[in-house]
Design a protein around this ligand. Structure first.
Ligand code: ATP
Length: 509
């Protein structure tokens, strides 16, 4: 664990040192849980967004994209349930004055029991060697079975109390489990109370005439309120989807873990409108499709897992998360929810407008059901970055830090490096640079020894370096160096595009 924490710290400082992520308004000491993306970070973020957009909108004939405003009519949030129910249960420690999410305190406790199970499994795996059968061990070892039962019981009680809004019982649970404040070590807790996560602001210039409006806490509602607009103007037939990416804002009680939990973040969501009764098929379809998308990035499958929700949000009849193994453990990266007709029905009721689909086959109108996929762009960025961060010892004894970012997502695709700064090499290199920049984000670098320049490109995850030397001037060939293997190959200049295209396309779904 200490080791992973160490790596996480290194990822954070690498992200800052190399222009990926900066604390917001840093010269004023930053703003809690708000971050800015730097010159490479904004490229990586844009590439992830595009990779998602392509997979969802471009590759699916029946999915279209929109870009709704962040500000929405205040009644939207009444209808969606956010005004009444977008709350987190919070609890304060009276000694440290630190504030926590009560459910997270309990979930952390459950995670600790899970750690114990994992340790037992590891020990047993060592003991039994090849003959080890994990499933059998987990279901029969008395200690593990006991841990598992305890985890289930605690989880069940937490979620059923939250469901019933029985906050007193959540507090009792924290007391019974003897959960202490990680800062003060004391168990001197306040009552648990609900806290609404939406940011409010005023629209309009005069105090009397101003309306309280909210910064959207999710992008989904912009899609629901445009359902009819898109269906009619796009001549959409069910099943069809509407996708969008954009900022969302949540006044998170405990914002921590770098860009994992931010107060301003970006979501990539898709609402898929279907015939009622078909939701379980589509729910499973999108669970699979979304997992395939993650795996298409080439990150190993064991870094991902599904987590089915026990406690369902007020709008859902089935929900699962795709979790990723961040350096601080498996955590939610994406949610897939079967939202029924909750949202469209609610907007119908509050707006007085019909939000229905006319089925030409049955001559009937109905309010469609919705299966949504909702992924955090910043969390995906963190998943990619933390998995990419690699420290390597090289054969010559030196070390390098390399970001093994999937090439299709890398901020810079190719660096063009003249071996020396004279004898016509820079001019030739600029020629190549000017040609390649039309298709790829490129970087030209002529400063320092070639080894140092390679290291700089490794550190920002550039998959290919093109080096020009004196032979280039005679035979029009260059060296192409691949980031991960560090293998170098001599190729003719006119083949560069073809080779890059092949290597960069191979990762696309
Ligand atoms: P969590 O349980 O971690 O608070 P959530 O279940 O509230 O997340 P959703 O409302 O399902 O999250 O939002 C969909 C996605 O948006 C999440 O899977 C996550 O990737 C992203 N997301 C949600 N809240 C944040 C945040 N504060 N910072 C960054 N990303 C977020």
């Amino acid at each position: 664990m200490a080791n992973n924490e160490d790596i996480f710290k290194k990822v954070i400082s690498h992200a800052k040192e190399y222009g990926f992520v900066f604390p917001s308004s840093e010269i004023y000491d930053g703003l809690s849980a708000v971050y800015d993306y730097g010159q490479y970070g904004s490229e990586l973020k844009k590439n992830i967004r595009e990779y998602w957009w392509k997979a969802m909108v471009q590759f699916n004939e029946n999915i279209v994209g929109i870009d709704a405003a962040i500000f929405m009519h205040p009644t939207v949030w009444k209808a969606s349930g956010h005004v009444d129910a977008f709350n987190d249960p919070l609890i304060d420690n009276k000694d440290s004055k630190k504030r926590y999410r009560a459910d997270v305190l309990v979930e952390d406790y459950i995670a600790k029991i899970e750690d114990k199970i994992n340790k037992e499994v590891e020990k047993a795996a060592k003991r039994f060697g090849e003959a080890f059968d994990k499933e059998q061990f987990v279901s029969t070892n008395p200690r593990v079975v006991e841990y598992k039962a305890k985890m289930d019981a605690i989880g069940h009680r937490l979620y059923s109390s939250l469901e019933k809004n029985d906050l007193a019982d959540v507090k009792s649970l924290i007391e019974e489990l003897e959960i202490a404040c990680p800062v003060s070590g004391s168990r001197n807790w306040t009552e648990v109370r609900q806290f609404n996560l939406m940011f409010a602001t005023q629209m309009g210039s005069t105090a009397e005439g101003a309306d309280t409006i909210f910064l959207r806490p999710e992008t989904a509602q912009g899609i629901f309120v445009n359902f009819t607009n898109v269906m009619k103007t796009g001549r959409m037939k069910i099943p069809f989807g509407i996708a969008q990416t954009g900022k969302a804002f949540r006044n998170e009680i405990v914002a921590r873990q770098f860009i994992f939990r931010m107060r301003e973040f970006e979501q990539m969501e898709m609402q898929f409108f279907i015939k009622p009764g078909e939701e379980m098929n589509w729910y499973n379809h999108w669970k699979n499709e979304r997992m395939k998308w993650h795996l298409s990035l080439g990150i190993p499958a064991n870094k991902y897992r599904f987590h089915d929700h026990e406690k369902l949000a007020h709008y859902a009849n089935a929900a699962a998360d795709i979790e990723f193994e961040f350096p601080f453990g498996f955590k939610e990266l994406e949610g897939i929810h079967s939202r029924t007709d909750f949202d469209l029905n609610a907007h119908q009721k509050f707006s007085g407008k019909k939000l229905q689909y006319f089925d030409p086959e049955t001559n009937e109108s109905y309010v469609p059901y919705v299966v949504e996929t909702s992924i955090g762009l910043d969390r995906t960025f963190l998943a990619v970055l933390s998995h990419a961060y690699t420290e390597e010892k090289l054969e010559d004894g030196s070390e390098r830090v390399v970001l093994k970012i999937p090439p299709i997502l890398s901020p810079i695709k190719v660096a063009i490096l003249p071996l020396v700064k004279k004898d016509g090499l820079p001019e030739k290199a600029r020629e190549i640079f000017d040609r390649l920049k039309v298709d790829y984000m490129c970087q030209y670098d002529e400063k320092d020894a070639i080894g140092r320049r390679y290291r700089r490109q490794d550190a920002i995850g550039t998959p290919f370096c093109i080096t020009l030397d004196y032979d280039t001037l005679n035979d029009n060939t260059v060296t192409i160096r691949e980031r991960d293997s560090m293998l170098q190959q001599r190729i003719p200049i006119e083949k560069i595009n073809e080779i890059l295209n092949g290597k960069l396309k191979q990762f696309q779904t």
